[in-house]
Design a protein around this ligand. Structure first.
Ligand code: NAP
Length: 283
């Protein structure tokens, strides 16, 4: 069994991006990310801090826009339109979750397609399903880059995803399909889930339930990707996979922390650099 070192891989990607950003700066282009946060969700604050640290390391400019939790949809859209029109800003990220009275899908729809570095605008979602050049949402993209880096064949492999969220499961279907995998997706209404998961050559867990995937749900030699981030009462972070048991059966497995998480942030950085290049017609 080999542990997929997402932390190290993400570091290598950030190092490459740093030199790309230096090149862009020599051409007078300063890649910049704007992050919108509404309210003060504790987990979101941690994620946003990680993103700002990564920007700083790579040399990407970063600006945070904090709105009160009672902000109206009109105010949020006003800010999005302002950032869409600002030539100094290349990427716009709207941190989820939003307070319940705000319509996140409407907000994603209004973020300029060319600045939608999270890949949640319906145009980018549609382009991904057509296998066209677009912003791919960061977690699925990070998973594909990890599989590629470890030379794990996707073509012809049976990939089973547990979880069908708009940010992980659904875009990952398209990413894996674009790599010629045979894809099955499971969710809370799936019957006899272990019968399906046991068929997986590549098993991805994005459920949000600690230790959901047990060893008896996994085929011998499967590649297991754990997207879950669950904070336990003692403050420890655990994934959706029972790492200790499943690692004895898997051929490759991602740890939590240090697996998918750092790759998600690295892919966000990649997307900001792509946005800066695309907006300036640089190959
Ligand atoms: P989500 O929106 O809550 O979706 C969870 C999915 O799991 C849903 O599709 C749900 O099915 C399914 N599910 C729940 N219980 C199930 C069960 N008993 N059997 C089968 N499927 C079940 O979650 P998410 O946003 O995708 O996030 C999932 C996890 O990944 C969370 O721990 C989150 O923190 C983590 N995450 C990590 C990263 C990263 O960078 N590492 C990024 C994003 C998310 P239904 O659709 O039927 O309800």
């Amino acid at each position: 069994m080999e542990i997929i070192n997402g932390k190290e891989l993400a570091q290598n990607i950030r190092t490459d991006l740093k030199s790309e950003v230096e090149k862009l700066k020599r051409k007078g282009i300063n890649p910049k990310l704007a992050v919108i946060m509404v309210g003060d969700d504790k987990a979101s604050k941690v994620y946003v801090k990680n993103k700002s640290k990564a920007c700083e390391e790579i040399g990407i400019e970063y600006e945070e826009f904090l709105l009160n939790s009672d902000t109206t949809m009109d105010k949020l859209l006003e800010l999005i339109y302002k950032l869409n029109a600002d030539n100094k800003i290349h990427g716009i990220l709207l941190q989820s979750p939003l307070p319940k009275h705000l319509d996140i899908n409407m907000a994603f729809k209004e973020i300029a397609t060319q600045k939608d570095v999270d890949g949640f605008n319906p145009i980018n979602v549609g382009k991904l399903s057509l296998n066209q050049d677009c912003f791919v949402s960061c977690t699925p993209y990070g998973i594909i880059r990890m599989l590629e880096a470890y030379n794990i064949p996707m073509e012809g492999a049976h990939a089973v995803i547990i979880g069908r969220s708009n940010i992980v499961g659904k875009p990952l279907i398209q990413c894996l399909l674009n790599k010629n995998a045979t894809v099955t997706i499971c969710h809370s209404k799936t019957r006899n889930i272990e019968q399906t998961t046991k068929m997986a050559d590549i098993l991805v867990a994005a459920v949000g339930k600690p230790n959901f995937v047990s060893a008896d749900m996994v085929k011998d030699g499967a590649v297991v990707i754990d997207v879950g981030i669950n904070r336990m009462e003692d403050g420890k972070l655990v994934g959706d996979v029972n790492f200790e048991d499943v690692s004895k059966k898997a051929s490759y497995i991602t740890p939590v922390p240090g697996g998918v998480g750092p790759m998600t942030v690295a892919m966000l950085m990649h997307n900001v650099v792509k946005a800066a290049k695309d907006l300036n017609n640089i190959e």
